[in-house]
Design a protein around this ligand. Structure first.
Ligand SMILES: Cc1ncc(COP(=O)(O)O)c(C=O)c1O
Length: 423
């Protein structure tokens, strides 16, 4: 904002003034957020839209309860993975008919990556990144084993400290699978540039958009990418376990042969033929019966997303993360708090990671105070700034709480050291 105050002048009132002038701020009322909570974990599980419970209840009672089996036709259940996919499409620069909702992101990544590798038969290398969310690497191991003839396909991993993408690309690489925004550090790849290099080497580019969709602008067709997957329970607020999506550029549909060939991906599922024939278009990436109740929750949230101006959203996201980083620099340097996330806005998603002594315990102390972020092993505190419902005052309050916890040393209390199954 041109009127942004300098750090020396910023205080809680200034943050309140930024909220008052924020065009995205009214969306906050569309979410249920518990009193007294500053929620900075929407990059892990998004908040509940107020409209969701009634919508899910209506689907359950009217469509399931009353409509019963008729709802597969009457309520459009069968087409839901594709009709909802069309509503995600504008958020990622996709065209109608290019996005389909599926299972977990892990399953969708398997589905998409096998299809991608089969578009490049004869090539024996899969490239990914050491810092990927581990499920991506685990899934790729299965792809390597499944598609390797004789021996598994070779894996090459890039890393911020090298090797770079240029170091690993050659004419043996079939597929490159990268996460656009790093789940730990929030570092964002230059999607256009990386896609260009990968395709120049003749390989297929698959993007994981889990930390991008609803957080940063994504233009898959604009950059000419090949395939992508992403989840809907983070910034899209679809609820725990809401389905992931697969995007495939229309030019690849006819030649794509995904891993799992279930009946919902068949050209004529109700012919009950004993032989598989793929559906036309993105429908061939479908597998079996969709999770319709989860999709109902997502549908309610996508109502909100159909109204959002993505450029305004990005502007706000950058204002929030810049404010957070500036306040951390100004107020927490005494405790050697390190900002791990890139300071250049073009390289940053909508989250900030901090490294500090005792990070896990510090985060538990914060959560006890109602400031909810999370911790990623081995040493990062992670704060997500979902622009639809996080305010500038939230950022101020979070840093103030963090300062107090470090100042008093309360985080050293033994009760903050014990680890739950989920961190
Ligand atoms: C980048 C990334 N990819 C994949 C996943 C795993 O998704 P799922 O549990 O839906 O398979 C996550 C989960 O947080 C993630 O952050």
């Amino acid at each position: 904002m041109s009127t942004a105050p300098t750090l020396h002048t910023i205080d809680r009132e200034t943050c309140a003034a930024l909220d008052a002038a924020d065009p995205v701020a009214p969306y906050r009322d569309r979410f249920f957020l518990p009193e007294g909570v500053v929620y900075l974990d929407g990059n892990s599980l998004g908040a509940l839209p107020r409209a969701t419970p009634a919508h899910v209840q209506r689907v359950m009672v009217d469509e399931w309860g009353t409509g019963l089996i008729r709802s597969w036709n009457d309520a459009g259940w069968f087409a839901k993975p594709v009709t909802l996919g069309d509503r995600i499409a504008p958020l990622i620069g996709a065209a109608p008919g290019e996005v389909v909702l599926g299972d977990s992101t892990s399953a969708s990544l398997f589905q998409a990556t096998v299809a991608a590798a089969r578009l490049r038969p004869g090539r024996r290398v899969i490239v990914s990144e050491r810092s990927s969310f581990p499920t991506d690497l685990y899934v790729l191991e299965s792809v390597q084993t499944l598609l390797g003839t004789g021996a598994p396909l070779e894996r090459r991993l890039i890393h911020d400290d090298g090797p770079t993408i240029d170091d690993v690309l050659d004419d043996e690489v079939a597929v490159v699978v990268l996460t656009h925004v790093d789940y730990r550090t929030g570092r964002m790849h230059d999607m256009a540039e990386v896609t260009r290099r990968v395709q120049a080497a003749g390989a297929i580019m698959v993007w994981d958009l889990c930390h991008s969709v609803g957080a940063v602008p994504v233009d898959l067709n604009g950059v000419g990418a090949d395939l992508a997957v992403g989840c809907t329970y983070k910034y899209l607020n679809g609820g725990p376990g809401s389905p992931s999506f697969i995007w495939a550029a229309e030019r690849h549909h006819a030649a794509s042969r995904p891993a799992l060939t279930g009946w919902h991906g068949h050209a004529k599922p109700f012919d009950f033929d004993i032989d598989y024939a793929p559906a036309d278009g993105i429908g061939r990436f479908r597998v079996g019966t969709p999770q319709l109740l989860s999709m109902a929750a997502l549908e309610a949230s996508l109502e909100i997303w159909s109204e959002v101006d993505l450029a305004e959203l990005r502007e706000k996201s950058l204002r929030l993360t810049e404010l957070f980083i500036s306040l951390v620099d100004a107020r927490l340097s005494r405790w050697n708090v390190e900002v791990v996330t890139p300071r250049q806005s073009a390289q940053r998603g909508s989250q900030v990671a901090l490294r500090v002594e005792g990070g896990y315990a510090v985060m538990q102390a914060l959560i006890e105070r109602g400031v909810i972020g999370d911790f990623r092993s081995p040493d990062l505190m992670r704060f997500g700034f979902a622009p639809l419902y996080v305010s500038h005052v939230d950022v101020w309050d979070a840093v103030a709480a963090l300062e107090d916890i470090l100042e008093t040393g309360v985080w050293r209390d033994a009760r903050f050291a014990s680890r739950g199954a989920v961190t």
